[in-house]
Write a new protein. Structure first.
Length: 181
């Protein structure tokens, strides 16, 4: 199978389950931003120390693939069997909340706004957080036009909080002090 198909040369793309839309359609923007978020988390995970929360970061990347699959499917009933693997439940949102709580318990209380940065790992996690917020905005925009499962919005909202907590935790563990705004 070749990587190129030439079917998108006219500025349109195919959706999972059928149909074609413009490459700037809100649905394509939403799953494209989620894909970019997945790559940003991959960069953060590959940044030293690579053992920092690597199991959860990989699980999040798998969740983001599932979310992308759901967002690429305007008619999920048509591809229900294929989307079964892409189910994201409230348990995944709770797992993010629990990870946030664990990270926060290891950090000093936050009393000021902080500048994103610090260690390379912390900076990459801060960057992934901003990409997450953009993806969330794109999914909200899509949801205002076509319904999106609410758990996806919850997941992205918690994920940005987790990435913030992880950026702080990475900097704390690597002894990079937070720079206050």
């Amino acid at each position: 199978m070749k990587i190129y198909t030439r079917t998108g040369d006219d500025g349109e793309t195919s959706l999972f389950g059928g149909g074609r839309v413009s490459k700037h359609h809100p649905r394509v923007t939403a799953y494209g931003d989620v894909d970019e978020l997945n790559a940003a988390i991959g960069v953060a995970a590959a940044t030293e120390p690579v053992t920092f929360e690597n199991e959860l970061l990989e699980a999040i990347q798998r969740d983001l693939f599932a979310i992308g699959g759901q967002l690429a499917s305007p008619e999920p009933a048509k591809v229900a069997a294929a989307l079964a693997k892409a189910e994201i439940g409230e348990g995944r949102v709770r797992a993010l909340e629990e990870a946030i709580d664990r990270a926060d318990a290891r950090l000093p209380a936050l009393s000021h706004f902080i500048l994103p940065g610090g260690s390379c790992k912390g900076a990459q996690l801060h960057y992934a957080r901003t990409v997450c917020r953009r993806a969330e905005r794109a999914v909200v925009d899509l949801d205002e036009r076509e319904p999106v499962p609410g758990v996806i919005l919850q997941y992205l909202n918690r994920l940005s909080d987790l990435l913030f907590a992880y950026a702080r935790l990475a900097n704390h563990q690597l002894e990079h002090p937070e720079r206050i705004w």
